[in-house]
Design a protein around this ligand. Structure first.
Ligand SMILES: CC(C)(COP(=O)(O)OP(=O)(O)OC[C@H]1O[C@@H](n2cnc3c(N)ncnc32)[C@H](O)[C@@H]1OP(=O)(O)O)[C@@H](O)C(=O)NCCC(=O)NCCS
Length: 189
């Protein structure tokens, strides 16, 4: 199975239905926390919905429209899931969009920064993508810090772009080009 090392104790694996039980447990444990920022997390998910989502992720990997990953970490000699991320790919515009979330107990350790860096390496390397964007809530300071840490440039605010059940919210869009990422990598992220 595909796996991509982030460090000695953290790897990216493909997000497919083979991890349904562990992924469902992780989403359920983080649902209330994620609901603050992710419309898909506002309601608790049934395991059948989690499986359908993971099956769709695998199809998107096969048809080339996404690089869908889960983050696994080794603790006390055991591997656990700790979060998820993805690079959605638009082949026509040779552009991509990253998204991510991490388990509350694994926040603040650099796992998401390392994961997005790995996705950018894939995007601007083998996948031949020229531009990657990252959309986030203006109030999501931790997410905005990930973008800034990796050298993304703030480009725009999309008004009321996200639909939550009780309101629409703005989104800040960050972007990074292949050449800018090479500059970040040569000077150290
Ligand atoms: C947004 C979110 C993914 C950010 O996660 P995070 O853990 O803060 O991000 P990182 O993994 O990059 O960790 C950054 C922290 O690790 C530290 N760090 C440690 N080692 C590091 C390394 N090798 N590289 C980078 N940062 C490192 C950084 O200094 C930073 O510390 P701080 O928390 O004191 O500022 C997380 O808060 C989350 O899941 N939120 C809920 C869902 C969500 O908002 N998703 C995004 C929607 S757009």
């Amino acid at each position: 199975m595909f796996s991509f090392p982030l460090s000695d104790d953290a790897v990216l694996i493909l997000r497919t239905a083979s991890i349904t039980d562990a992924y469902h447990q992780l989403v359920t444990a983080n649902q209330e926390r994620l609901a603050r920022w992710e419309p898909w997390a506002v309601k608790p998910q049934a395991i059948s919905e989690t499986r359908a989502f993971l099956e769709a992720s695998a199809r998107s990997w096969l048809d080339g429209s996404e690089l869908p990953v889960a983050i696994a970490v080794r603790e006390d000699g055991q591997w656990h899931l700790a979060g998820a991320a993805g690079l959605r790919i638009n082949g026509y515009t040779r552009s991509g969009e990253v998204g991510y979330w991490i388990d509350g107990g694994h926040e603040g350790r650099g796992l998401i920064t390392m994961t997005v860096a790995a996705l950018l390496d894939q995007a601007f390397g083998p996948l031949g993508i020229d531009r990657v964007t990252l959309h986030t809530d203006p109030a999501n300071e931790r997410s905005r810090a990930v973008a800034r840490r990796l050298g993304f440039v703030e480009e725009a605010t999309l008004r009321q772009a996200t639909a939550f059940p009780d309101e629409r919210r703005d989104e800040v869009v960050y972007g990074i080009m292949a050449g800018e990422w090479r500059g970040v990598m040569s000077s150290g992220p």
